[in-house]
Write a protein that binds this ligand. Structure first.
Ligand code: IFM
Length: 455
């Protein structure tokens, strides 16, 4: 094995989100979120799990900071729960909620860990859902008001801000596929939600830039390859549509200020009600961000299918691929391809990997360890590919593993573990997994070990 170095100022971090780890769902005047509501409805989440306690991070954050420090982690990406700051989504600020994040940020800085804040990671205050959620044109204004409060209190201390996490999931999985909160099944509604999320994103970027706040602002998008299942014309076309649905629908307005015409035509010709594209909105959406956050997990293969209106494709992977416990294939080459695509096709000048990770059914051995060689292998493959992409000119400046902890994995509840730290949800005991120790080594050496030919 040979150590292969990363650029000197490369940032090594981990990521989490509020609803997935905080718990304390009814403390200090936190308001109800769409995920509290969604989890309470039978059939939505495996075992009817919820985030009421999760990793109990709200009470254990000091120990959690110490653990990250011991692991040598340099940066911590977490999200703020909007409903702790504004329990009803707007109106009067809840000081107790704000205090929690101030203490968290101060604790991180004291420990030498850079805080990176995501403003919206899917946990919309329920009161805002009650007035239509993200489909309501007033939502962007409320989002800006919420962001302003955080900028005012934490601006200067926090130098990296992310407006939205994976708006594709929040809009389409939540409002079309119904697999996430708020659990709707309406394609037109999902499009409208995605649209106003982007208007909100743009308004926040605009404010951040014009107020001269120190630091950088960007967005975290889940972008992954969509490959044709066969070379048949119809599968090649299906893959193009799948790419438009997941990737281009979010990249194009951000970079070019317009939505991809082939997708607009497809949707319109299928009778989908389009949002009313407005010039000023498109201008806001395409204001230049300081970085793109890439959340990359895996590519998927795509087959043409009449069954799925209005998209006309289904996901079907070739047999015998290595997969994780969610059936997600391990496709590290796709990671490199996406990084180079962002550079070459979209001319993106700065990228952080804001998420990359995998889920396996980890167990604690008799010795009290967690031997997740499979996760370590996934990480090694992806980090090495990222390194190759950097060598080929991809402007990647940091990597945040998803996730620090096993946590509440949305509709999979606690059955899907992504952590490099194992969490026993009964006792709340944390155990650094083999992959976590390995990652500490990567960070310490600012390098990844490469297989060499003589081994
Ligand atoms: O847990 C999620 C996270 O909240 C958003 N990105 C994907 C992760 C794994 O599914």
């Amino acid at each position: 094995m040979e150590w292969k170095k990363f650029p000197k100022d490369f940032i090594w971090g981990v990521a989490t989100s509020a609803y997935q780890i905080e718990g304390a769902y009814n403390e200090d005047d936190r308001g109800e979120t769409i995920w509290d509501r969604y989890c309470s409805i039978p059939g939505n989440v495996l075992h009817m799990d919820n985030g009421n306690i999760a990793c109990d991070h709200y009470h254990r954050y000091k120990d959690d900071i110490q653990l990250m420090k011991n692991m040598g982690i340099k940066a911590y990406r977490f999200s703020v729960a909007w409903s702790r700051i504004f329990p009803k989504g707007k109106g009067k600020v809840n000081q107790k909620g704000l205090d929690f994040y101030v203490e968290l940020v101060d604790g991180l800085l004291k420990a030498g860990i850079e805080p990176v804040i995501t403003l919206y990671h899917w946990d919309l205050p329920q009161a805002l859902q009650d007035i239509g959620g993200w489909s309501n044109p007033d939502l962007p204004v409320y989002f800006l008001e919420y962001a302003k409060v955080l900028f005012e209190i934490l601006g200067g201390k926090v130098k990296k801000w992310i407006t939205l996490n994976e708006p594709y999931c929040a809009a389409f999985l939540g409002n079309y596929e119904g697999r996430q909160a708020p659990g709707n099944h309406d394609f037109s509604l999902a499009l409208r939600c995605a649209y106003y999320m982007y208007v909100g994103h743009g308004m926040v970027v605009d404010y951040f830039k014009s107020s001269g706040l120190e630091g950088e602002i960007g967005i975290a998008l889940n972008l992954m390859g969509r490959l044709p299942y066969s070379s048949k014309k119809k599968d090649v076309y299906a893959a193009k549509i799948a790419d438009g649905y997941l990737n281009r629908w979010f990249l194009d307005p951000l970079v070019y200020g317009k939505y991809p015409q082939d997708m607009v035509t497809l949707y319109e010709s299928n009778g989908v009600i389009m949002p009313e594209f407005d010039e000023e909105h498109l201008r806001l959406m395409s204001l230049e961000v300081d970085f793109i956050g890439l959340n990359y997990y895996n590519d998927f293969w795509v087959k043409s299918s009449k069954s799925r209106w209005p998209l006309g494709f289904v996901i079907e992977n070739p047999p015998n691929l290595p997969v994780n416990d969610r059936g997600w294939p391990v496709t590290e080459q796709g990671f490199k391809d996406m990084l180079l695509r962002l550079k070459n096709e979209y001319n993106i000048r700065k990228i952080y990997i804001t998420e990359n990770g995998t889920s396996f059914p980890d167990v604690v051995t008799k010795k009290g360890t967690v031997e997740d060689g499979n996760r370590k292998d996934y990480m090694q493959r992806h980090i090495s590919m990222m390194q190759e992409a950097i060598e080929d000119g991809a402007p990647v400046k940091g990597y945040f593993y998803w996730s620090l902890y096993d946590n509440f994995e949305w509709s999979f509840g606690y059955t899907s573990r992504f952590g490099i730290v194992f969490v026993d949800f009964e006792s709340q005991k944390r155990i650094i997994k083999q992959s976590g120790h390995w990652y500490s080594d990567v960070i310490k050496n600012n390098a990844v070990k490469e297989e060499t030919e003589h081994e």
